[in-house]
Design a binder for this molecule. Structure first.
Ligand code: SAM
Ligand code: FES
Length: 451
C-alpha cells in the first residue's frame, strides 16, 4: 500500500564541474518549481516529492520518475513544471513530449554508465589519484575565504541594485583588477550574477549580506571572518598546546562582531531553551557570560515575574545593555560587569545558565564554576549548561570535534567537553540529578538539579 497516490523522484546527483549531471542541466530549479507548484495546488497530501541519486541517464537530464506507474521524464525544465503538474499529477495524463519510454535504450544507457563509472573509479584508484572527497576537503577554504572577504569589504552592499567592478571598487576602495577577479569568483559561486560588465546580487545575497535588508547577517558573520585569522594559527597551536595570540582580538569592532555573532545563534535557540526548562517556579536567573542577553531576554519575555541578572566582562556589558534595551525588558534584566572566574555569584537563584560558556574553560575552571554555582542556587535550583557536547570517544559529532579546535585556537585551555565529563563535574559539585536535554540543532543542555 503506497502512502501517497504519486511519488516523484528528481535526480539531484552532484558531479564534478564539466561532467554531465542533472543538477548541471537545471534539476535543482525543477525541484524547486515542482515543490512550489505542488504546494500551491495543495497536491502535497497526495503527491510526495523527493530527490534521488544518479540513474545513469545523465546526458538526458534533468531526469525524473513518477511512481507507482514508473513514468520517466527527461530534459525537464522549470517552464515545463506547471504543465506536468496540471496534466499528470492532477489530471493523471503524462506529458508525452517529455516522457521517455524507450525502456531498452534507457536500460542500455544506464548499464553502460554504471560500467564506465566503475571502470573510471578503478582506473583512478590504480593510478593513485587523490579521491574527490579529499581534494574538496583540502580546497574547502577557497569558497569560504571568497565569501568572508566579500563580507569584510561589504561588497554586497556596494553592488546595491547593480554596478560594474570600477563603480564597486570606488565605493569600497579596492583595486579594480583584483576586485574583478573576486567578483567573477563570486558569480561562479552563485553569490552574484553578471550581465555584460554589470554585477548584481542574487536574491539570497541581497537578503542575507547587504545593508538595508532586515535579514542582513553581515555583522554576526564578520565574527566568523575574524575567527578565520585564528584558525590560520592551528598548526602552531597544535604544536604549542594553546592559542597563539594574533593581536586583533580586543578592538571594540571585534567585540561588537563577536556579540553580534553570538546573538545570531542565540536568538532563535533561546525560546527553545525556555520551553525545555519551563518557567514554573522560576523567578530568579543568573546568566553567566550572557553576551547579547538573548537567553535572559527570552526568559523575561516568558514571564513578567522573572528577574534575570547577566554577568559579563566590562567591554561587553554596554553591548548587552543595548540588546536588552531594544528588547524592552530592561526593568527585568540587570547587568553586572565582572569575571565569573573571580567574582561572587550571589545566592538564591532558581536557574544559573552557562550558555556557550564551558567550552571557553578547562576542566578545573569548569569544576570551580560548577561548585560555586551549586552554592549560589536556591533549594531545587538548576545549573544549565548549553554547549556542543562530544560523544564519550570525543571524535563525534563533527561540529563538536571541530569546535574543540575553534577553542584551541581561541582560548588558553578551552575545548568541547563530553556528556560524561559534564555529568561527573556536576556530581562532584553536589548535584544529585543530572540529565541531558537534546534541542533541535547542534547544541544540547546538561541540567544539574540541586536538592
Ligand atoms: C561564547 S559567548 C556566549 C554568550 C551567550 N551566553 C550566548 O550563548 O549567546 C561567551 C560570553 O562569555 C563572556 N565571558 C568570557 N569570559 C568571561 C568571564 N571570565 N567572566 C564573565 N564573562 C565572560 C564573553 O564576553 C561572552 O559574552
Ligand atoms: S546525474 Fe541524474 S541521471 Fe545521472
Amino acid at each position: 500500500m503506497e502512502p501517497f497516490r504519486l511519488h516523484l523522484f528528481v535526480c539531484t546527483q552532484q558531479k564534478p564541474e564539466g561532467v554531465s549531471s542533472c543538477p548541471a542541466s537545471g534539476s535543482l530549479l525543477v525541484l524547486d518549481a515542482l515543490d512550489r507548484e505542488i504546494q500551491t495546488r495543495r497536491l502535497n497530501l497526495e503527491v510526495q516529492l523527493t530527490t534521488c541519486g544518479c540513474m545513469g541517464l545523465c546526458d538526458e537530464g534533468p531526469v525524473m520518475v513518477v511512481y507507482p506507474a514508473g513514468v520517466w521524464y527527461r530534459h525537464v525544465q522549470p517552464a515545463d513544471v506547471s504543465e506536468i503538474v496540471d496534466a499528470h499529477l492532477a489530471g493523471g495524463k503524462p506529458v508525452p513530449r517529455l516522457v521517455w519510454d524507450d525502456a531498452p535504450a534507457m536500460k542500455a544507457m544506464s548499464l553502460d554508465h554504471g560500467e564506465k563509472f566503475r571502470a573510471a573509479i578503478a582506473a583512478r584508484d590504480k593510478a593513485g589519484i587523490l579521491p574527490d572527497r579529499l581534494d574538496q576537503m583540502i580546497r574547502g577554504y577557497m569558497p569560504s575565504r571568497c565569501l568572508l572577504t566579500a563580507l569584510e569589504l561589504d561588497i554586497f552592499t556596494a553592488v546595491a541594485d547593480g554596478a560594474n567592478a570600477e563603480q564597486i571598487g570606488t565605493k569600497i576602495h579596492a583595486n579594480a583588477r583584483a576586485l574583478a577577479m573576486l567578483l567573477n569568483a563570486l558569480v561562479a559561486l552563485g553569490l552574484l550574477s553578471k550581465a555584460g560588465e554589470v554585477y548584481k546580487n542574487t536574491p539570497e545575497s541581497a537578503r542575507f549580506f547587504a545593508q538595508g535588508s532586515k535579514d542582513n547577517h553581515r555583522n554576526g558573520l564578520l565574527h566568523t571572518a575574524n575567527i578565520w585569522h585564528r584558525w590560520s594559527t592551528l598548526t602552531d597551536a597544535v604544536r604549542a598546546g594553546t592559542r597563539i595570540p594574533i593581536g586583533r582580538d580586543d578592538s571594540p569592532e571585534w567585540t561588537s562582531n563577536f556579540i553580534a555573532g553570538m546573538q545570531r545563534n542565540a536568538k532563535d535557540r533561546a525560546p527553545l531553551v525556555v520551553k525545555a526548562l519551563g518557567t514554573t517556579g522560576v523567578h530568579r536567573i543568573l546568566d553567566l557570560g550572557g553576551g547579547s542577553g538573548a537567553y535572559s531576554i527570552a526568559f523575561a519575555k516568558a514571564s513578567t515575574d522573572m528577574r534575570c541578572e547577566i554577568l559579563d566582562v566590562p567591554e561587553v556589558v554596554p553591548l548587552t545593555a543595548d540588546y536588552v534595551g531594544k528588547a524592552g525588558v530592561s526593568p527585568q534584566v540587570s547587568l553586572r560587569a565582572g569575571d565569573m572566574l573571580q567574582d561572587d555569584f550571589g545566592s538564591g537563584y532558581d536557574i544559573i545558565m552557562l550558555n556557550a560558556i564551558c567550552h571557553m574553560f578547562s576542566e578545573e575552571q569548569n569544576q570551580y564554576i560548577f561548585r560555586r554555582a551549586y552554592s549560589a542556587l536556591a533549594p531545587n535550583g538548576r545549573l544549565v549548561v548549553q554547549d556542543f557536547i562530544l560523544n564519550p570517544d570525543k571524535a563525534k559529532p563533527l561540529h563538536a570535534a571541530l569546535f574543540s579546535l575553534n577553542m584551541l585556537v581561541s582560548t588558553d585551555a578551552g575545548a568541547s567537553h563530553s556528556e560524561l565529563e559534564y555529568t561527573n563535574w556536576m556530581k562532584a559539585a553536589g548535584f544529585t540529578e543530572v540529565c541531558r536535554i537534546n534541542l533541535p540543532g547542534p547544541s544540547s543542555l546538561i541540567v544539574g538539579s540541586a536538592k
